[in-house]
Every structure is written in C-alpha cells, then in structure tokens.
Design a protein around this ligand. Structure first.
Ligand SMILES: *Cc1c(COP(=O)(O)O)cnc(C)c1O
Length: 343
C-alpha cells in the first residue's frame, strides 16, 4: 500500500529531519524575558526580509491577526475586509471578542476588492451615528478564494486611500510566500505598503508551529503587551523559532513545486463532467464546485478509499492543498482515483 496523501491542508506537514536537527541545536532562553537569541534572530530576519522595523513571534496566525486588529482599532471602530476573509470567518468572532470592533464586508473577485470599493465603504467621520472606520485588512493569498493573489497596483491604490483617509492597512499573509513565489514579487514591496503583516511559518513553509507579526518598532512594542494579554508569551521558544528560520532559509523557493502540482491536478479535474466549476489555480490551492445534486462528502469518501484525504469548503465545494509532504506521485494517483469515479 502506498503512503497516504493528505491534501486537507498545508498545516499537516511534519518537520523534516534537517528541520528537527536545526531545532534540537537551537540556542534558547526565556523569550518572555526577551532572552531567547534564536527567537530574536527569527524576528529580525523576517522583518529585514520585508524591510520592516521589527517582528514578534507568536503561536498562531490567528493570534498575529488578532493582535494586529487590536493594535489598529478601539472598541466600536470598524474594520473593512473581504466577505471571504479568514479574520472574519475563521477566527472565532475574534474581531468582536478581542477588539470590540465591527466589520464591513466587501464582496470581491475571490476575496480581492478594489480601492474604489474601500473608499465607498468608509464611514463619514462627522456623523456620530456611524462606527469609525479605522482599518482595512487584506488577505494574500486568499484561502477561500482558492489561493488568489493580489495585484500589487491595486494594493498601492488601496494604500493611497488609507493614507488619504487616515486608515491602517493590515495584511493577513498566512500564505504570502506562495504569492511572492508565484508572482515573482519582492517581499519589500509588501513591507512598504502595509502597517502590519502577519506571516505563517506553519502552512506551506512546513514549520510545526508559529507565525510572525511584522511592523514598526512602536507597533511591535505594543504587540508584546497584547501577546501576553492573549496568553501567547512563550518561554524557550527558540526551538520553534529554529524551525521557522530553517523554513525561511530552505522552504520558500520550493513552493513552486506545490504550485506546479496544483496546476497538474487541476488539469485532471477540469476534464471531469461532474466538476461544475474549478476556481483558477494560482498557487497551492485547488477548489472545485460539484454539479448540482452532488455532495462534497461523496467525493471525499471516494478519494479516501484511494488513500487521498481532501477537505470541503462548503456542501458542494472540495479543496485540495499541495505542500511539502505531498509525495511526488500524488498527481498520478489523483488521476487514477478520478478514472474510476462514478458520479
Ligand atoms: C491558516 C490561516 C491563518 C492562521 O491560522 P492559524 O491556524 O491560527 O495559524 C490566518 N489566515 C489565513 C488566510 C489562513 O489560511
């Protein structure tokens, strides 16, 4: 029996032998006291990559996003984000619970909206009925948009609107490295545009734990207090930071392999008459909609019987995620499973 293929998420990866070696060799200290040299190295390396002043290592991307929202808002303020945004859909109502902020959802093209839409959604300051619009949050790549990548020019226009209206701009970059590799973009171009950026080390980069929030020295100093408040201060976290450093050094360029596999799998799916819609594949995510009457659970069960695990994004939506633990023969095995599927 060949090894199972787990396409449920890029969070299922396990540390490689080389990553484990780097972790066990880490020099550590108490990071809550600011004494862990490996955490400090990771934070400054990531900040430098993006041309930002500082960074803070946190247990999860949910925490880095939620700290950022709290940094930029006060209770009663409003956050503008896409209707597909992870911060809105998948963080447990944290915008309300952690920051007391309200949300203005923007429809868009697979989670991407325009600067004009942002401008139209900003509440008038001089009307005391309205919540104060304080923050715009972007997600790149868009998870629920099938890994869609933003156009840098539109982000520049959104930055200009934020500057003109005094709004902060946050980037949920859980899969930002996928976008950078797919589009050949420079991380510093993103560092210039955003007040804060959250990046995940535990998605396609393959670290077991960890995310970073990047921003100005002042924002990150305040973020230290918020991380403690949220229960995210970690002690000898250098063992985990070492995994993150290893990932940034060795697992970024190889994301292109995941993108190629996603394209190849999508080409097979496009030929199935029971696949009603396939979202354009730009990075490592493949999302497809089934023809009316078919259920995602049925398709999942068929793939599971062939040793392939996938996940659903709705009753008729299936998602495949490619990552560094997907074996080289995965696309061929997906094709074999498709060949014997009877809808
Ligand atoms: C995974 C993810 C996060 C953070 O998730 P954690 O599991 O909390 O690390 C944030 N945003 C997006 C778009 C994600 O896919």
């Amino acid at each position: 029996m060949s090894s199972p293929i787990d396409l449920r998420s890029d969070t299922v990866t396990r540390p490689t032998a080389a990553m484990l070696t780097a972790m066990s060799a880490a020099e550590v200290g108490d990071d809550v006291l600011g004494e862990d040299p490996t955490v400090a190295r990771l934070q400054s390396k990531a900040a430098a990559m993006f041309g930002m002043q500082a960074g803070i290592f946190c247990p999860s991307g949910t925490m880095t996003n939620q700290i950022a929202i709290r940094l930029h808002t006060r209770p009663g303020d409003e956050v503008i984000c896409a209707d597909l945004a992870h911060i809105y859909l998948y963080e447990g109502g944290g915008i309300a619970a952690n920051s007391g902020a309200s949300v203005r959802l923007l429809p868009g093209d697979r989670g991407r909206f325009t600067a004009d839409a942002v401008r139209a959604a900003i509440n008038k300051r001089n009307d005391s009925h309205l919540p104060w619009t304080r923050l715009v949050a972007i997600e790149n790549t868009v998870n629920k948009g099938g890994g869609a990548c933003w156009d840098l020019a539109e982000l520049q226009r959104i930055r200009a609107v934020c500057d003109e209206q005094g709004l902060a701009l946050h980037l949920d970059g859980a899969r930002l490295f996928n976008a950078l590799v797919a589009k050949g973009q420079d991380p510093k171009a993103f560092g210039q545009l955003f007040d804060t950026i959250s990046i995940c080390l535990s998605k396609g980069l393959g670290a077991p734990v960890g995310s970073l929030l990047l921003g100005s020295g002042e924002h990150i100093e305040r973020a230290h207090r918020l991380r403690k408040l949220f229960g995210g201060g970690m002690r000898q976290a250098g063992y985990l930071a070492a995994a993150g450093l290893h990932a940034l050094e060795h697992h970024v360029q190889r994301l292109a392999v995941d993108h190629q596999m996603a394209q190849a799998a999508a080409a097979h799916l496009a030929q199935q008459r029971w696949v009603a819609e396939l979202l354009p594949v730009e990075t490592n995510l493949v999302i497809f909609r089934l023809q009316p009457g078919m259920r995602a659970e049925t398709v999942l069960a068929h793939f599971a019987a062939h040793g392939i695990k996938a996940s659903t994004m709705g009753p008729d939506l299936v998602r495949f995620v490619f990552h560094l633990d997907v074996p080289a023969d995965a696309v061929a095995r997906i094709a074999s499973a498709l060949a014997v599927f009877e809808s």
